[in-house]
Ligand binder design. Structure first.
Ligand SMILES: NC(=O)C1=CN([C@@H]2O[C@H](COP(=O)(O)OP(=O)(O)OC[C@H]3O[C@@H](n4cnc5c(N)ncnc54)[C@H](O)[C@@H]3O)[C@@H](O)[C@H]2O)[C@@H](O)CC1
Ligand SMILES: [K+]
Length: 509
């Protein structure tokens, strides 16, 4: 599913009105009626006080339509107009009149010096102050109102966007953004819903199809692509019958050090579970018995050194090399890695200390094969690309890095981002249970297995990140968030592949 910018959404809005021969007021009625339906479905006419805060633009117009329909359905509704300017939009005005004609309880006008309205814990608040039109920080008194609404602890439903959030820019003042419990947004998701600095304001997310022009949406260049089940399924390559283990590639996992052999065990397990035909682990000698005992399916080659890697030499032709998990950053290991980079020319998967080695030895990046996949978590990313002032700058820097080094860069997080010079993919699977030791080692194994099986690196990355998250979701259903360990994620990779073909609707939140 595409993410579009606020500017593109406005264009879609305009074009829809032209092509469908409807007025903007009718489009507003259509969109807001769908929001009313969702609220009504949930509240079931319960006598809960509903307090709707409307701005004076079209987001406020939506709030007025919802308010009118709730009043007509018999709800106890108070509408507040957050009167921050006299530039009221035409559709706001149409709906302002309609509400006034309907009930003696006219909307309450709120201005800069007014007392703040009382909001109780049990109220149902609808936030329709600003939507995608917000393009600068809130006026001071409106920021104060937002703070007051947030402090109420009431359930908050945001229409289109939590007010104070901008679709395509970072938040400057965290206190002046509505902390929505639930956001109902129109047609396409917005970038701010997925970035760590802004996503927490959104709460649970629902995207409503309001019938904006499908052709425009199909042709519009996406700011990013959300990857749900349908997108992941399209990337999957079914196995053919007349094949053998050689068809599915040989993954070589290089890593581990004394006390960290578990990391390569996890990576190799995941590589096997994600379908690599053959898996060999290259580890220090101390890992030999452990690996052979834990993983009879994997082959093991050992370094000359007992505890760290010092001479990476092997007599095989792997389809992919994963380097870095548990490997440490000792000088001898860096030297061995440099020698490997000079010899090996196919895409590699680089994780953990492999990334830390690059951070400390930037010139080695020149040797990294084109199309390699780097999988940093935020701290490792910062060491690689330097600090950033906000999520948007982080993405710009990450993009520049991928361009310079011709690699694919993951930014791991609640929503893992796959960054390439021209495209951005945002994964939607995964859960807080995956914040556990070794979870990243498993991802490295899954990605390596897919590359070994002949998936092009970008396709392998997008699908691999999805499957890893889904395997974590399946594990969490069984063991709870707290109970998930990395090995469970690896073991459920197969179940995640099965799940690609379950026909439930994709949830993009
Ligand atoms: N795009 C669509 O397809 C549809 C949009 N609709 C609604 O329309 C909304 C967008 O409406 P608008 O474009 O009127 O924008 P908003 O209602 O979000 O904001 C109103 C106006 O306030 C001004 N403004 C921006 N930042 C400000 C600030 N910090 N202080 C003071 N004024 C500021 C801008 O001129 C902006 O247009 C959407 O979020 C959605 O709720 C729906 O009615 C139906 C369809
Ligand atoms: K809003």
């Amino acid at each position: 599913m595409k993410i579009l910018s606020a500017k593109q959404i406005k264009q879609a809005d305009k074009l829809t009105i032209e092509k469908q021969g409807i007025s903007s007021t009718e489009l507003m009625e259509r969109a807001a009626t769908l929001v009313f339906d969702e609220i009504h479905k949930r509240l079931q006419a319960a006598p809960i006080p509903v307090k709707i805060f409307c701005g004076i633009g079209n987001n406020g117009g939506d709030g007025l339509v919802v308010g009118r329909q709730l009043i007509e359905a018999g709800y106890d509704v108070t509408i507040y107009i957050v009167n921050y300017s006299d530039q009221r939009s035409p559709d706001f005005l149409v709906n302002y009149d309609r509400v006034k004609n309907l009930s003696k309880n006219w909307p309450v006008l709120l201005k800069a010096d007014d007392d703040l309205p009382q909001i109780k814990y049990g109220d149902f608040v609808v936030d329709a102050i600003f939507g995608v039109g917000l393009n600068r920080p809130l006026p001071g008194w409106v920021a104060g109102l937002v703070k007051h609404i947030n402090a109420s602890g009431a359930f908050m439903l945001a229409i289109d966007m939590p007010s104070g959030l901008m679709a395509d820019a970072a938040v400057e003042n965290m206190e002046s953004v509505i902390r929505a419990s639930y956001t109902i947004s129109f047609q396409v998701p917005k970038m701010a819903f997925y970035l760590p600095g802004t996503a927490p304001f959104v709460g649970d997310l629902q995207i409503l199809d309001i019938g904006l022009d499908p052709e425009f949406i199909k042709d519009a260049p996406a700011a990013a692509e959300l990857i749900g089940k349908a997108e992941a399924r399209a990337l999957y390559k079914p196995r053919q019958r007349f094949t053998h283990k050689g068809t599915y590639g040989h993954a070589l996992i290089i890593g581990g050090s004394y006390g960290k052999i578990g990391s390569v065990c996890l990576t190799a397990t995941a590589a096997l579970r994600a379908g690599a035909g053959l898996v060999t682990v290259y580890a220090p000698k101390c890992g030999y018995d452990i690996l052979q005992t834990a993983l009879p399916e994997a082959m093991v080659i050992t370094d000359l050194h007992n505890e760290i890697l010092t001479n990476i030499e092997f007599d095989l032709d792997p389809d992919v090399i994963a380097f870095g998990v548990g490997v440490g950053t000792k000088e001898e290991t860096v030297e061995a890695f440099e020698q490997l980079l000079k010899k090996y020319k196919k895409p590699m998967v680089i994780d953990a200390d492999g990334l830390n080695i690059f951070s400390k030895n930037g010139d080695l990046l020149e040797l990294l094969p084109e199309g390699s996949i780097l999988t940093p978590h935020p701290k490792e990313l910062e060491r690689l690309i330097g600090p950033w002032k906000d999520d948007f700058e982080k993405l710009d820097k990450a993009r520049a890095f991928t361009k310079k080094h011709k690699v694919i860069l993951l930014i791991k997080g609640t929503y893992t981002f796959t960054v390439t010079p021209n495209d951005l993919f945002i994964n939607t699977t995964g859960n807080p249970g995956m914040a556990t030791a070794g979870s990243g080692d498993v991802l490295t194994g899954v990605l390596s297995a897919l590359v070994a099986q002949g998936y092009e690196p970008l396709r392998a990355t997008i699908l691999g990140v999805y499957l890893h998250g889904k395997a974590g979701d399946i594990a969490a259903e069984r063991f709870s968030y707290e109970g998930v360990v990395a090995g469970d994620i690896a073991k459920n990779t197969g179940a995640a592949i099965f799940d690609l073909f379950e026909t439930q609707k994709t949830n993009y939140s």
